[in-house]
Design a protein around this ligand. Sequence first.
Ligand SMILES: [Zn+2]
Length: 379
Amino acid sequence: MPISELKLAKELIRKPSITPKDAGAINIVAKNLKSLGFKCQIINFKNIRNLYAKLGTKSPNFCYAGHTDVVPPGNISDWSVNPFKPAVKKNKLIGRGANDMKSSIACFIAAVSRFKSKNKKFRGSISLLITGDEEGVAINGTKKVVDYLRRKKEKINFCIVGEPTNPNKLGEMIKIGRRGSITGNITIIGTQGHVAYPNRANNPSDIIVKILKKIKEIKLDNGTKNFQASNLEITKINIDNHADNVIPGSANAVFNIRFNNKHSSNSLKRKLNTIFKSMAKKSKCKLNVSYQVSGESFLTKPNKTTYMVQNTIKKITKIKPKLSTTGGTSDARFIRKIAPCLEFGLVGKTMHKIDESVSLADLKKLTKIYLNILEKYFE
Ligand SMILES: [Zn+2]
């Protein structure tokens, strides 16, 4: 009996696996994969459960990657159903994770169960890399599993990440890379004083405004064939001052840059630090700056597997998917270090929202797409 994607998706949604809680979600995935003959390794890092499951030992190894953790539901009374008691309404399955991305995992497992019953023997192996830490800090999830697999010399030849990639309709978009992301936190330390005697103080708010204007005006690039232009956004400006007649002693700001493969986090840091240093020197202020890099930009150059996936999606959805690098970061940023990967999943319109949902028709179609990709890959 093939596994039903709808039944499995519901079963997964019933587990309130809000990062870092697993709530039994990984075990459900493992139980289903074991029933198909997969060897399952539960890999725990700190309080996070991860799973690497494999069917077969031969090469090539086709991998599917995803996460069972979900974001919090928000105000439960705003939902039309309990977010952890999935229900079908108007041909849509509603629940937290219906879209991002428990249903996609269910579709892939359903696809494997069908593939297996049709192809008793196939040349190669199928694996799943499932983490419980994608929506959170993502330190003890895929990142560490990738290091673990590398140490074990496990070879993955191709990987599909099942994140919701389609903006409005199933079939619109495959992601073949992602922009990088770096957050900068800058503090200017001046000299506090009386507003009526500015000559005795050094106001850091003036310099922070000048610095922010300067970095906002940098033209990083014009974009590339595969990437949109890199962009900097100022996200916070903090001056902690409780009096109206005091020149503040320090001013702080935070900014984020989403960058394409014309830059690296290091090249951006160098560029910014040069500006910061010269402006702080001119204004005789002290400056502290720190950065947090969530990922470098990367691109998986389209190859024959990419086009096979693109054609398979087109055959089933009648839409030719765009090869895109837009959007935020995903675990593909870790996996691409050991395997070429692309991302294709459901329609992301309702992800992280109240009444997150997936259409039943899309569930069926995505299973069919994953099944056809497996068949073509192992042909
Ligand atoms: Zn996700």
